[in-house]
Write a protein that binds this ligand. Structure first.
Ligand SMILES: Cc1cc2nc3c(=O)[nH]c(=O)nc-3n(C[C@H](O)[C@H](O)[C@H](O)COP(=O)(O)OP(=O)(O)OC[C@H]3O[C@@H](n4cnc5c(N)ncnc54)[C@H](O)[C@@H]3O)c2cc1C
Length: 483
């Protein structure tokens, strides 16, 4: 019996270190069946977007190598998770299955699988491998759910105990021979077109890439994080989001290393606290999603579903996606996204506000484009980020706060360095005009080589008009249902 294996199911936790479910499976001393399932048919797990598929491809290859170096084998399978697990358990004589918990709609599938395993006499063990604190562990003083970030963050700090790191298995005794798919056959690169060609310049998917990035950030850039994190031309943030999303690093690891950097004097307490509060925003998104799994499609404040959103013309939607709206800061952000699979947080808010307010198209449509093109696309953070900006979410900016893309550009990109990088056709414009070239005198445009409507578009919508239209529409619709 002791030769019967246990099965470990990798999901959004593609790492060997500080992986509590893997450590527990390993601690049984039994051979390990290590699997990853690409399930694109499940009702509850949303198929990955193109940029995420690119990341997954690299990350799984990396993980496979790390596992092989320890004597194990990563088995890849495509298909409905419930069927694949049942088949592998039966074929291998597995006695127990281990995984780290999920908190979005997919947790329904996990519940079903757990039940089916128990029915067949197979143990199922689940752990927290991806959040600082699990959503069901935090309640307000009166026993309710948090709806506002600041009290959530206070409660989290008051209650958190960071566990010791789960030991990283040094050897992985492979279980019985089981067939694995060839990852090349999964064809995970985007096609028609493959826009991922530049991603490799910026990203090194995998556990070691994640740790390196965290250490570099804490050794340097964190010094200017609190102020610098709003300046898109500066590389002041950690860029850990895809690594955290795929679980190549855990938030507990981040917390421990950041606190250590603080204690050793490498990083200042102020900057570390600010950074950890952003990590806690990630927890907050999952908290909201756990308590309202429909927030990936529906406005968290349901009355905003009654807003008479526009469909948006094809030309408007294309202009937004391709970075050709005529608003330089919006265009710079959308081009950064397309080229690198990532966009700076400040600019995410600006482009999302432009979409949901200036174009007045349902935030869900914009969220879908982000889902396809972000390497960090995350059902909790993406829905929460969009809803925060659209004013439809929990603890969101009030709906009447409409970002002005010109003022945002002037405030957070005063010299226009970010715009110059991503919208090179405007590079020669002086800072005074770079965020509103349509108001620049003709001779300034000529000497900068800018021909509006030719080398760079005229604005696709007038912001003042669009702002009034959004306010009237939001106000009318939300009051109607609130009444
Ligand atoms: C419209 C919109 C959509 C977004 N979509 C996503 C998404 O799909 N995936 C995603 O991970 N983040 C998303 N965010 C949040 C945020 O923009 C990114 O997490 C951040 O820009 C990632 O860069 P970083 O790793 O350098 O962040 P840092 O500033 O270094 O922060 C460290 C980590 O904290 C977390 N974090 C930081 N800011 C936020 C935030 N506002 N909300 C939740 N977690 C945060 C991330 O995991 C991040 O990696 C979105 C924000 C907006 C406004």
């Amino acid at each position: 019996m002791s030769d019967n294996p246990v099965l470990y199911w990798f999901r959004d936790d593609l790492r060997l270190a500080d992986n509590p479910a893997l450590a527990a499976a390993h601690a049984t001393g039994r051979p390990l069946v290590l699997i990853y399932i690409l399930d694109e048919s499940s009702r509850e797990s949303r198929p990955l977007g193109g940029a995420s598929r690119w990341w997954l491809d690299k990350s799984l290859r990396n993980l496979s190598e790390r596992i092989a170096a320890r004597g194990g084998k990563l088995i890849l399978r495509k298909g409905p998770a419930e069927t694949v697990i049942a088949e592998l358990v039966a074929k291998s004589g597995t006695v127990a299955v281990y995984w780290n918990r999920r908190y979005g709609p997919a947790r329904k599938a996990d519940e079903r699988i757990k039940k089916a395993l128990k029915r067949d006499g197979v143990e199922a063990h689940s752990f927290n491998g991806s959040l600082l604190v699990e959503p069901f562990a935090l309640k307000t003083g009166s026993g309710g759910d948090f709806k506002v970030f600041t009290p959530f963050w206070k409660a989290l700090q008051a209650s958190i105990t960071i566990p010791d790191p789960a030991p990283e298995p040094r050897t992985l005794a492979a279980g019985p021979q089981l067939a694995s798919d060839d990852i090349a056959a999964w064809d995970l690169h985007p096609s028609k077109p493959d826009w991922s060609t530049e991603f490799g310049k910026m990203w090194a998917p995998g556990e070691l890439g994640a740790r390196k990035r965290l250490c570099e950030f804490l050794a340097g850039r964190i010094g200017g994080y609190t102020d610098g994190r709003n300046i898109p031309a500066q590389d002041s943030t950690s860029r850990l989001s895809p690594y955290l999303h795929f679980g190549e690093i855990s938030p507990h690891q981040v917390w421990r290393v950041a606190r250590h950097a603080e204690e050793s004097g490498e990083a200042s307490p102020r900057e570390v606290l600010k950074f950890l509060s952003e990590i806690a925003w990630r927890d907050f998104s999952y908290y909201l999603l756990y308590h309202d799994p429909d927030m990936v499609r529906l406005s968290w404040r349901r009355q905003f579903e009654a807003v008479e959103w526009r469909k948006g013309t094809r030309a408007e939607l294309e202009a937004w996606k391709r970075g050709k709206t005529g608003y330089p800061i919006v265009d710079a952000g959308m081009r950064q996204l397309w080229t690198t699979g990532w966009m700076h947080n400040r600019v995410r808010m600006i482009v999302a506000s432009f979409f949901a307010k200036d174009l007045l198209v349902h935030w869900r449509k914009g969220e879908e484009w982000f889902w396809d093109t972000l390497v960090d696309a995350d059902e909790a953070n993406n829905a929460n980020g969009w809803q925060w900006t659209a004013g439809t979410g929990a603890d969101a900016a009030p709906y009447f706060r409409v970002f002005n893309p010109i003022l945002q550009g002037e405030k957070f990109d005063p010299e226009g360095a970010y715009v110059r990088e991503w919208v090179p056709e405007l590079a020669k414009l002086p800072p005074k005009w770079i965020h509103h070239p349509w108001e620049a005198p003709a001779e300034v445009l000529t000497s900068a080589g800018v021909k509006l409507g030719d080398t760079y578009p005229q604005p696709i919508v007038d912001h003042d008009f669009a702002r009034k239209r959004a306010l009237e529409t939001y106000k009318g619709s939300s009051q109607e249902t609130a009444a």
